[in-house]
Write a protein that binds this ligand. Structure first.
Ligand code: GUN
Ligand code: FE
Length: 424
């Protein structure tokens, strides 16, 4: 595959844009679904004269986007407006998630979500499911059918949720364990132990899931942390012994390097210390944080602390399926915090940064020898408004940034999953 290429040789939060290498005529060589070589187009062609060639012209070849936190069961209720977190969950989210008792509905929405992801250039989703084990089967069957990497788990809730949407401590543990046996490390599936958040789990349920994680330490764990101020107050009331919100997880064995903590906006110093010490993953969900009115994630401070950070759409709390739009929102929140985020950093968060918090060991989020060939081709002139701006750009970042701010699925010219073309 020949075109423009951009790849990271370091961390752009440490090294700045020098961490990225741009070639206006580069290439990626794929065999058996994996990248086997990258480099300048002429050299690649000379070294591999027998290789079949696809020329993407001025298209920018990138790794597919990695969404580190979303809820596929909320696809059909995205953009449900007028409520803040707790009311939004009760009014819109829980009634929709109830429908996933029906396996056929779960299959339909899982397929629809993955097709939307591919159309928007996202090749890996990390998803919450519902309390129904069938919702997990639906998700992983749909990822496997498309050859995609999938990260997901059964959402566990045993209190403060309506009838029909509660499990209990034991069934959450046992159902999750059965799903681990069925799916974890099968093909490209990774099981993620998933307590929704402290308000919808009893301490007994959090303990049971902490024990499950200890028994399956190579699984990931995902939840929500300190998203809204009212939610934090509620957690304090529900867990009077806890030192802070993070402690409700920590005391129950749910804090660790393979833990993913969505939102993590309103943090106390003890919490940021413990997150950093354990190497936990903080997942920034900027379109959700503005849509639900949660607050402004302090990227610069978290980066300076040395936290691991990923980026995510959090659909349906997030208001867009596009990681371009998510990057744009992260930029806007950076501006409101008086710290503009460089496009190299935004792109890194949406690919390698998210892959790093998922502990993907270089399999996804980058196009380097050995990585899976999950790849997109970006059209940097996908609309007239974007095209007139990128036409006068003086470097790749100026050429790319209008697409980050104004682009949508039209900017995704092609999507490849494990080397197989899925769009364009
Ligand atoms: N906190 C607990 N559940 C959810 C959810 O589904 N979406 C968001 N944004 N926050 C949550
Ligand atoms: Fe979420």
């Amino acid at each position: 595959h020949l075109g423009q290429t951009l790849s990271f040789t370091g961390d752009p939060f440490v090294e700045g844009p020098a961490a990225a290498t741009h070639s206006s005529r580069g290439g990626v060589l794929i065999e058996g679904g994996r990248v086997i070589a990258t480099g300048e187009a002429d050299a690649l062609r000379a070294n591999h004269p027998g290789a079949e060639m696809t020329d993407h012209g001025d298209g920018l070849i990138l790794p597919g986007f990695v969404d580190a936190h979303m809820h596929y069961p909320q696809t059909a209720m995205i953009a449900s407006w007028g409520k803040r977190l707790i009311d939004w969950l009760n009014s819109y989210t829980f009634p929709e998630e109830m429908k996933f008792a029906d396996r056929a509905y779960a299959d339909e929405i899982a397929g629809r979500t993955l097709d939307l992801a591919i159309a928007h250039g996202t090749t890996t989703l990390t998803s919450f499911c519902t309390i129904h084990p069938g919702s997990v089967d639906a998700f992983f069957e749909a990822t496997q059918a498309r050859g995609m990497a999938g990260f997901a788990g059964k959402t566990c809730m045993d209190r403060n949720a309506p009838d029909g949407l509660r499990d209990d401590a034991r069934s959450a543990h046992d159902d999750s364990e059965a799903l681990i046996e069925r799916w974890h490390k099968k093909g490209r599936a990774t099981y993620v132990i998933t307590p929704r958040f402290s308000p919808t789990s009893s301490p007994e349920q959090l303990s049971a899931l902490g024990a499950l994680w200890a028994a399956h330490p190579d699984c990931l764990m995902q939840t929500h942390l300190s998203e809204q101020v009212d939610e934090i107050e509620w957690v304090k009331g529900l867990y009077p012994q806890a030192r802070d919100y993070l402690d409700t997880y920590e005391q129950h064995g749910l804090l660790g390097a393979r833990g993913l903590y969505g939102h993590a906006i309103h943090l106390e110093p003890r919490e940021t210390d413990r997150l950093r010490e354990t190497g936990a993953g903080l997942v920034h969900c900027p379109t959700s944080n503005t849509f639900i009115g949660s607050g402004l994630f302090d990227m610069a401070t978290r980066v300076a602390e040395g936290q691991r950070i990923g980026l995510a759409s959090d659909t349906g709390g997030g208001s867009s399926f596009s990681m371009l739009r998510v990057m744009g929102a992260a930029y806007e929140i950076g501006q409101l915090k008086r710290n503009p985020i460089h496009p190299a950093q935004l792109l890194w968060l949406a690919t390698e940064g998210s892959a790093t918090v998922l502990h993907s060991e270089g399999e996804i989020g980058r196009l380097a020898p050995g990585a899976m060939a999950d790849m997109i081709v970006l059209d940097l002139a996908s609309t007239p408004g974007i095209a007139q701006r990128s036409a006068v750009a003086s470097d790749i970042w100026e050429a790319l940034f209008p697409t980050i701010m104004m682009g949508d699925d039209r900017a995704i010219a092609k999507t490849y999953v494990a080397g197989r073309q899925m769009k364009g």
